[in-house]
Design a binder for this molecule. Sequence first.
Ligand SMILES: CC(=O)N[C@H]1[C@@H](OP(=O)(O)OP(=O)(O)OC[C@H]2O[C@@H](n3ccc(=O)[nH]c3=O)[C@H](O)[C@@H]2O)O[C@H](CO)[C@@H](O)[C@@H]1O
Ligand SMILES: C=C(OP(=O)(O)O)C(=O)O
Length: 431
Amino acid sequence: MTKYVIHGGKPLFGEISISGAKNAAVAIIPATLLVDGVCRIENIPQISDVTLILNILQDLGADVRTVNRTTVDIDCSHIHNSKVPEELARKIRASYYLIGALLSRFGSAEVPPPGGCDLGGRPIDQHIKGFVSMGADVDVKGGYIHAKAKGGRLTGTTVYMDIVSVGATMNIMLAATLAEGLTVIENAAKEPHIVDLANFLNSMGADIMGAGTDVIKIRGVERLGGGMYSIIPDQIEAGTYMAAVAAAGGEVLIKNVIPKHLECITAKLVEMGVDVEERDDAVLVRRTGKLTRTNVKTLPYPGFPTDMQPQIAAVLCLAQGTSVVTEGVWDNRYRYVDEFRRMGAQIQVDGKIAVIEGVEKLTGARLRACDLRAGAAMIITALAAQGTSEISNIHHIERGYEDIVRKLSGVGADIRVVITPDEEQSEATAG
Ligand SMILES: CC(=O)N[C@H]1[C@@H](OP(=O)(O)OP(=O)(O)OC[C@H]2O[C@@H](n3ccc(=O)[nH]c3=O)[C@H](O)[C@@H]2O)O[C@H](CO)[C@@H](O)[C@@H]1O
Ligand SMILES: C=C(OP(=O)(O)O)C(=O)O
């Protein structure tokens, strides 16, 4: 078993550079399926979700060449297979983008239901509603979603999203890019990665307007050609390190960020007594005094991101007073709470609401990461706690954080990777 061992209680000082955004990369890589020619994608994060999605493309017949650590050339010109391998696709959420991308390019797709973090029910009915209204027959049988465009090509239409969904917005955008005519997505999600996917597709020849607003218009084109694109920095990775500084104390310059994307996180940290100074493409985060309580509700962008909820809860465990956290997106995103309690945190959860009574100190404990951001939040509590913590199930964390041990060690954290061969058999697989 591989685990992180953290000796906490040390403030963090120095600089951390943020990698490319997971949730943009895992959409843009499948989007290369739409392109006739070579796509050079820069600022790709080295995380296991990216490795998996690249492996799926290779399995479908894509030519994937590594140019350097953060750049790959992907050529999907010669793909003819539209059936996605089950064992890979089930390990990640983003495999759902293969439905929209394959349908758009080839008029058919066979994709297993996606995996991803266990956050309660994660239906994809809005994706399917979109594909069907664009003229696809969609059927689930034999453990696969089978989608086929009537007449071989999808037709543009107006799709109203009953719920604001990141995945459905991007999937319908992919499906519409090579469809016949105009598609309008109403009540679309507005996250930075939605704008990034639209910018990528437009730079390859697509005709997409309005990404970043709640109405996106996609005029279908005949083909996309190759080109070069650089992925945006990861809002959530940056927010996680901002929260780590808030919890552990110290002063860290977080570089290679888009400060505008961080405003929803910055605002909450400032309310809690953390200094955040915005620079052009960096934020300086400093915490010397006591943390004060606040309330947080997660919402679609530009609201406070659900993918930062466990990390901000980790900080609130050490804030003076009573804080209320409301999860506004997922049914079950508090599975980490029992682990926090082992460290002395005082949290009560009732449905989507967590009430946190701040404590003076947390103490190190043995913890099990239960999903990606819960794992990141456990690192934050461990960095702030007195004594030693061990975090197992780190494959969840590696889905979304490039080099987290090196980045934190670089700012003075005492964090190590420890491999214990005797327990190797007990480690679960990714998901
Ligand atoms: C790979 C990726 O980008 N994952 C992100 C994406 O997940 P994902 O795309 O799965 O999340 P959605 O935005 O679709 O989900 C938002 C809400 O809508 C509901 N819903 C969604 C689709 C649908 O067809 N029907 C439906 O009811 C979900 O149950 C949830 O309550 O956005 C989430 C919300 O920002 C983030 O937490 C995830 O990190
Ligand atoms: C929930 C997340 O990811 P996924 O949707 O890929 O499981 C996340 O990034 O926090």
